[in-house]
Design a binder for this molecule. Structure first.
Ligand code: PEP
Ligand code: MN
Length: 337
């Protein structure tokens, strides 16, 4: 429920409303706005009787919000959220942020080489997976903690913050020591215990859309993290499973403007996992820029043909640098749209 106060409502009117809400056993969160204050009501599992509230002095309207997410919605939080990852800002008025690097951390040399060319091409955040969620148990599962060290050192050496996936609650302590941002992968988007646990941390989180998740389920998953207090949260569209087998997944670019309407959280696009095909990645990255993405996550590898994971969708250094130049040229046109 959302209680909209009158323009001329006094601070004591707001306090009175908060007290009535709290006496009903619910949580009241004031949402100051440029025109008027609203008060979000949280903690109800069903319909809340609005009668005791509607008649209080200063109350203009009472709206019932039936979405499974509230804190993630623009109704409860009209201004854009900006997320700071080290010195890099994502969301709001910040220019699109490019996160790039290999699918998996494979060696110290590979990670340092990747860091150097990602930085040289103008990338902002370095990625690399140390704990890999692979479809089959016989595929490379990642280097674990040793890999995290290489990622961290490579990022620090070139001055790029780093992001890496965490798959289990027990990995959180370790991953937090090395990563500037925690990635929750598509397969864990509805691992609610993991979501709650990262919600209790201060670390920025990148939440990828589940393989078959609707927008509502995606935002409800984000709500789990916000509800625990962590508001440093970025969403990532990475394609969804459809009947189409010509691409690895189906990139759903319409979620970018849709999420921006529904939510204050920044949304970025991963064209690598969305297509699975190197030649489609630059085009889809540029398309994402044109629909207003607030960032991109791109897999790139010093030698994609030798990659232990996702080589077919990884750009080589030359392709990545060329794409960065094209994105730069298109950025003025994209922001004019
Ligand atoms: C990844 O980013 O390496 C990854 C496994 O992505 P997703 O969770 O989107 O499949
Ligand atoms: Mn990958």
């Amino acid at each position: 429920m959302l209680i909209v106060m009158q323009h001329q409502a006094q601070p004591e009117d707001i306090e009175r409303v908060k007290k009535v809400v709290m006496d009903m056993g619910l949580e009241a969160r004031p949402i100051p706005g440029s025109e008027r204050t609203a008060i979000g009501v949280l903690g109800n599992y069903g319909y809340v009787d609005e009668d005791p509230i509607r008649t209080l002095p200063g109350v203009r309207d009472v709206l019932h919000v039936s979405k499974p997410y509230k804190l993630a919605s623009r109704d409860f939080h009209p201004q854009d959220t900006q997320v700071d990852i080290g010195h890099v800002t994502v969301g709001g008025t910040a220019p699109p942020v490019i996160m790039a690097g290999p699918c998996a951390i494979e060696s110290e040399e590979q990670m340092h080489a990747a860091a150097r060319f990602v930085k040289a091409a103008g990338g902002h955040i370095l990625r690399g997976g140390a704990f890999k969620p692979r479809t089959g148990p016989h595929s490379f599962q990642g280097m674990g903690q040793e890999g995290l060290k290489y990622l961290y050192e490579a990022g620090r050496q070139v001055g790029l913050p780093v992001v890496t996936e965490v798959m289990r609650i027990e990995q959180l302590d370790t991953v937090c020591r090395y990563a500037d941002m925690l990635q929750i992968g598509a397969r864990n988007m509805q691992n609610f215990d993991l979501l709650k646990e990262v919600g209790r941390l201060q670390h920025p989180v990148l939440l990828k859309r589940g393989i078959c998740a609707t927008i509502e389920e995606f935002l409800a998953a984000a709500e789990y993290i916000l509800a625990e207090g962590n508001e440093q949260l970025i969403l990532c569209e990475r394609g969804v499973r459809t009947f189409e087998r010509a691409t690895r997944n189906t990139l759903d670019l319409s979620v970018v403007p849709l999420i921006q309407e529904l939510s204050h959280l920044p949304i970025i696009v991963d064209p690598s996992h969305a297509t699975g095909k190197r030649r489609l990645v630059p085009l889809m990255a540029k398309a994402a820029l044109m629909v207003g993405t607030q960032g991109l996550m791109i897999e790139t590898h010093p030698q994609p043909e030798t990659a232990l994971c996702d080589g077919a969708q990884s750009l080589d250094p030359e392709e990545f640098s060329q794409l960065m130049g094209q994105l730069q040229e298109l950025s003025a046109a994209a922001s004019a749209l």
